[in-house]
Design a protein around this ligand. Structure first.
Ligand SMILES: [Zn+2]
Ligand SMILES: [Zn+2]
Length: 250
């Protein structure tokens, strides 16, 4: 299973999970042009939406003008995306959180996550490996950790450093929102989830959706490396996804 981040962060998200000639696109917050430069669009069998925030769905309409594939989301998310982005409602295939469905060689299990959107989810995707995808997570809940525990490869949000967030120039209400239980996952919370739930079969880990102002790739990476060292799991490949660069979790 090939996992590629085309863009990761609050200015646009798009991730590709590929196996053989079949690929899934998770979220579509960057232009079809940028996507096409990074992946073969003809391989995309479906788009999976995590939630309705614009950094995850703003470029769906132009993409669907180029490729005719179903967009998977739960009903609440689909309704907001139809209203907000003008996506044709017939493009949607709706699922219920917790119920698995299949696309090509992939079995996909969406699970609820706490975040200030209509009905946000993460995904556990089973193909020749099991892949965990979780960004925009307000709290490191055990229910999320239990999904992570099933993974061979994982993309996990590591949004901010709590001190950098508190001392940033951001307005207090925004700081509260980001740090709150339905905001974003801090570096130490991501480490905590990995510490408690990384299972022996986890081989690849990517940190995602980093804040530009309240985090740095180096800070997030060093903190996770320290966690992996503590766990005796320095064998795990660690990558940090980027807003502007295509990065493969290889
Ligand atoms: Zn986001
Ligand atoms: Zn969000």
């Amino acid at each position: 299973m090939r996992i590629v981040s085309v863009a990761s962060g609050s200015r646009g998200n798009a991730y590709v999970v590929e196996q053989g000639n079949d690929a899934l696109l998770i979220d579509c917050g960057i232009s079809a042009k940028r996507l096409a430069a990074a992946v073969d669009l003809s391989r995309i069998r479906a788009v999976l939406i995590t939630h309705d925030h614009s950094d995850h769905v703003s470029e769906l309409v132009p993409l669907l003008n180029r490729i005719d594939v179903p967009v998977y989301a739960n009903l609440m998310t689909a309704e907001v995306v139809v209203a907000q982005e003008g996506v044709d409602e017939r493009a949607f295939a709706c699922f219920e959180n917790g119920q698995s469905f299949e696309v090509g060689p992939f079995a996909i299990a969406p699970f609820s996550i706490p975040h200030d959107a209509a009905d946000p989810v993460g995904y556990l995707i089973r193909g020749d490996e099991t892949y965990f995808h979780g960004t925009d997570i307000g709290s490191p809940l055990d229910s999320i950790g239990l999904k992570l525990a099933a993974a061979d490869a994982a993309t996990l949000e590591s949004n901010h450093d709590p001190v950098m967030l508190r001392t940033s120039r951001r307005p207090p209400c925004l700081v509260q929102r980001i740090a709150g239980p339905r905001g974003h996952l801090a570096n130490d919370q991501a480490c905590n989830l990995v510490k408690r739930f990384a299972a022996p079969q986890l081989r690849r880990l990517a940190l995602a959706h980093l804040s530009r102002e309240c985090n740095t790739p180096l800070v997030a990476e060093l903190e996770m490396r320290a966690t992996l060292r503590e766990l005796g799991r320095e064998d795990i490949t660690l990558r940090v996804f980027d807003q502007d660069r295509v990065i493969e979790l290889d």
